[in-house]
Design a protein around this ligand. Structure first.
Ligand SMILES: [Zn+2]
Length: 260
């Protein structure tokens, strides 16, 4: 008989968090949609609602040929990020880590909202927009959202192509493009293998490497996501179809945590 999908109440989740020795979280676009960042590929996503061509924006071959596609997107993204703040769930995960109850967060997002909320151990498998590398001389630039090259983009009314001040090469933000390797995979894999609880937050687990990583969980897995999830049910897996903020507000209440 096939195993049925089992759900988990916020109280049950709080109990699992309290009773686990090592907890790791893995987040996807769903955690940031409440902050106002559209899921790039979802029905309301940047690719669909705006003018970007998804086959070109994050494609490393296109970037080498013509930087304009990416910088057009990056200009809008950086401008949008000026007004975006972390969600309740970002703050909740940061507080869990500060309390010693969470080892760290693996994220597919490039928005740096985990760090903005106070998370310290963040593995960004798709990189982030907060730092950049020169395509000409390989110099690394900044690891902050207020890095000069970000300010340069914000202050420009039209999409600029930001150049390295040393060699005039083009800066490529450290976002993982199609055709490039993901970042921190080994570390993410180890964190999950060593945890007895994996919280998957706002990810449908359809995109690599999150889909592979989730299979390495040795203990229990709880997936909180709005919509379908690409993970087979098992006796150690729980699925909650819902908004992450509403769910974790209840989990925080059960843990006696006041967040924001
Ligand atoms: Zn350079």
């Amino acid at each position: 008989m096939p195993i049925q999908k089992q759900s988990l109440t916020p109280a049950g989740c709080a109990e699992l968090i309290s009773s686990s020795r090592r907890v790791t979280a893995m987040s996807g676009a769903g955690i940031s949609t409440a902050a106002g960042i559209p899921d790039f590929r979802g029905p309301g996503g940047l690719y669909v609602t705006r003018r970007y061509d998804p086959d070109k924006v994050f494609n490393i071959s296109w970037f080498r040929r013509d930087h304009g596609f990416f910088y057009e997107f990056a200009h809008d993204f950086v401008t949008m990020m000026e007004t975006v703040r972390p969600t309740f769930t970002h703050h909740f995960l940061a507080r869990l880590e500060a309390s010693g109850m969470l080892r760290g967060v693996i994220t597919q997002n490039i928005d740096m909202l985990h760090q903005s909320a106070g998370s310290r151990n963040v593995v960004e498998v798709h990189g982030s927009y907060g730092s950049a590398t020169c395509c000409g001389c390989d110099r690394a630039y900044g690891a902050l959202s207020n890095a000069w090259w970000v300010r340069e983009m914000r202050s420009s009314p039209s999409p600029p192509v930001v150049q390295c001040p040393v060699c005039k090469g083009v800066l490529k933000p450290d976002v993982v493009f199609f055709g490039e390797s993901v970042k921190g995979y080994d570390e993410a894999e180890r964190m999950i293998a060593e945890s007895d609880l994996l919280l998957v937050v706002g990810s449908s687990l359809t995109v690599t490497p999150a889909s592979y990583l989730s299979l390495g969980a040795a203990g229990k897995t709880v997936v909180i996501n709005r919509g379908d999830v690409s993970l087979e049910p098992s006796s150690s897996r729980f699925f909650v179809d819902g908004e992450t903020d509403a769910y974790f507000q209840e989990v925080a209440d059960c843990l006696g945590m006041s967040i924001i």
